[in-house]
Design a binder for this molecule. Structure first.
Ligand SMILES: Nc1ncnc2c1ncn2[C@@H]1O[C@H](COP(=O)(O)OP(=O)(O)OP(=O)(O)O)[C@@H](O)[C@H]1O
Ligand SMILES: [Mg+2]
Length: 138
């Protein structure tokens, strides 16, 4: 089985003070090299929950997830940029918090911003960018 990702019978129940919500019920899928998959369904059917579990932001309730040897990246539904930081500072924040920021890594981040057409906006603030630009920053 050379899958990048295999999900078997995934289940997620959220518990709050008011209620229990069955967000994902018996979800299975396989992802192979080169696959391009869209998970489609009505609002609230559990799409973001699946992605949050895959990226470790939420715990699963039941089921199995097998990861291949590839890294998983996740672009959130809302971009979560900090409005008071410039685009460059938003992009450097994770490295700064982990005390891993070096000149070399800073140059790499700048090269990525240029690659994604954001080179002229590094000193701008998020509310001056379009929705698509914000997502690329995220
Ligand atoms: N943190 C949470 N705590 C409690 N319930 C949650 C939480 N997050 C999501 N839910 C509930 O789980 C269900 C699935 O939500 P989810 O965000 O996964 O849906 P979605 O398919 O991504 O919807 P949309 O298309 O609107 O983004 C919904 O009923 C939602 O109310
Ligand atoms: Mg969603």
């Amino acid at each position: 089985m050379n899958n990048i990702l295999t999900i078997q019978n995934l289940k997620k129940v959220y518990h709050t003070m008011e209620r229990e919500t069955m967000a994902v019920k018996d979800f299975s899928m396989e992802l192979k090299e080169g696959d391009f998959i869209a998970i489609v369904g009505p609002s609230g059917c559990g799409k973001s929950t699946i992605l949050s579990i895959l990226s470790g932001l939420e715990e699963k309730t039941e089921g199995e997830i097998f990861y291949g040897n590839q890294q998983i990246g996740y672009m959130l539904q809302t971009d979560a940029l900090f409005d008071w930081l410039t685009i460059l500072d938003n992009c450097l924040l994770g490295l700064k918090i982990k005390h891993e920021l070096t000149d070399e890594k800073r140059e790499y981040v700048i090269s990525l911003l240029k690659k994604y057409g954001l080179g002229d906006f590094m000193d701008s603030y998020p509310n001056h960018l379009s929705g698509g630009m914000r997502q690329r920053v995220a």
